[in-house]
Design a protein around this ligand. Structure first.
Ligand code: DQA
Length: 144
């Protein structure tokens, strides 16, 4: 199984940014958690982070025919980007959405997720553990 993990803008700043909301574990810790989980599960993984919407669209397009699954936290683009939604629909790769915080209990503008409309499952409010849950869910889903 080949897995692509995509993080959107400012996710590289976790640990520093608003720790009351996103926790104190940093992006390097997240990468380490993902890598060790994938090693245990015998999953080949690439982690990609960008602050640029078009770069995320390019990465999703390039995943076509290469990756079996995607885990994505589009960050603020979750709530604005029809381009990311369309890219996910175009490649039609099983995708799980992750949000570190519980977006449901936050501002009104965070209540819509465009990317989520193309996802088979969403984890929110579990902190960095959400990525691990998403990886396990995708592995199970792809086994069936
Ligand atoms: C986020 C939630 C978004 O609303 C926010 O813009 C982010 C991070 C999360 O992981 O909780 O940057 O996707």
């Amino acid at each position: 199984m080949k897995l692509l993990v995509i993080n959107g803008p400012n996710i590289n700043m976790v640990g520093l940014r608003e720790p009351a909301i996103y926790g104190s574990q940093n992006y390097a810790t997240m990468l380490e958690m993902i890598r060790s989980t994938c090693e245990q599960e015998k999953i080949e993984v690439k982690c990609f982070q960008s602050n640029h919407e078009g770069a995320i669209v390019d990465e999703i397009q390039a995943a076509y025919g290469v990756y079996d699954g995607i885990v994505i936290n589009p960050a603020a683009y979750t709530h604005t980007s029809i381009a990311i939604l369309d890219a996910l629909k175009a490649v039609s790769i099983p995708t799980v959405e992750v949000h570190i915080s519980d977006v449901d209990s936050r501002e009104e503008f965070r209540q819509i997720s465009y990317a989520g409309m193309a996802c088979i499952k969403t984890y929110k409010g579990l902190g960095l553990q959400g990525y691990i849950e998403a990886i396990h869910y995708l592995k199970d889903y792809l086994k069936k």
